[in-house]
Design a protein around this ligand. Sequence first.
Ligand code: NAP
Length: 338
Amino acid sequence: MEYASISGTDIRASRVCIGTWAMGGWMWGGSDEMEAAAAIRAGLEKGVNFIDTAPVYGFGASEEIVGKAISGIAREKVFISTKAGIEWKDGRVFRNASRERILKEIDDSLRRLMTDYIDIYHVHWPDPLVPMEETARTMAELLSRGKIRAIGVSNFSVRQMDEFRKTAPIHACQPPYNLFERGTEKEVLPYCKQNGIAVLAYGSLCRGLLSGRMRPDTAFEGDDLRKIDPKFQQPLYGRYLKAVDELDRFARARYQKGVLELAIRWVLDQGADFALWGVRSPRQLDRVEGTMGWGLDAEAKKEIEEILKRNIPSPTGPEFMAPPRAPEAAAASKGENG
Ligand code: NAP
């Protein structure tokens, strides 16, 4: 396993970070708690000592699974990333990065995770209805009180990070980033590099599209978000699957690896410090060793670009996942905006 440090802290964690959104079940068609906990333990056995979760993942369920899974392990051997700033009510989620909300969320998260500190605490989404100074000041307070060891922001633009940093430091940034979703590399990635902010890339497998498991007739259950994910709808889906197939053949011919290993390696070699890899069963981490200890050279990156351009000339982004602001959620629940 490769490890990386987070500047301004003494955190040094595995470059593969276990993503636990699907473990919470919500928006992933449900999940099996025992399998999920076994996945975390399988990761730890393979040297993956970094886990990302959030209160909203299963409305507390994901954090509780993480808490139980690591309960027998010395606390300093594992690094926990979680988040604040998303509220839920009557089945709707909306942004709330107010001081009151964050102070409630930190204590709820500490209780569910059965710990007395969080390693990296992210503002999950920027909240345009709360002054940035209020959010940043609250995060700085948690840092100085020792409840958190590092401040992170997620889904923030460069302008929003600049605004936040007038009040508090940012140690880590969590943007979407994978072979198919590249918006982050325009401004956010260079900004983080320039300012010593660690990048935790989320959705490294593009919600499983880059795992190699997807087929044209793959069906998703219940509330699985891939039922509404634009990339999983035909005719776009067919084009993405063709790109996956070509990437897989390229990885096999050049490196004797599959598209999954290529996708994780690419995120890390493009400059992300950590790749968040979402799992919910232990076998999904079977190939973690294959993502480590090798690298993509410039020629390989060029060939990958050609595969992407040829198959997906106009990529679509991950914007469909953005949670609404509070009034939009209220209006939607009254049926005012569909
Ligand atoms: P992802 O890592 O791109 O994909 C995860 C999915 O890929 C899994 O649930 C699984 O789907 C499939 N998969 C994983 N390993 C596999 C394997 N070996 N073989 C076949 N399929 C495999 O997506 P993600 O979970 O959305 O993103 C990763 C993490 O980033 C999340 O869990 C979360 O911690 C974080 N995240 C953060 C934000 C944010 O706003 N900050 C947003 C999204 C995600 P199936 O189980 O259905 O097969």
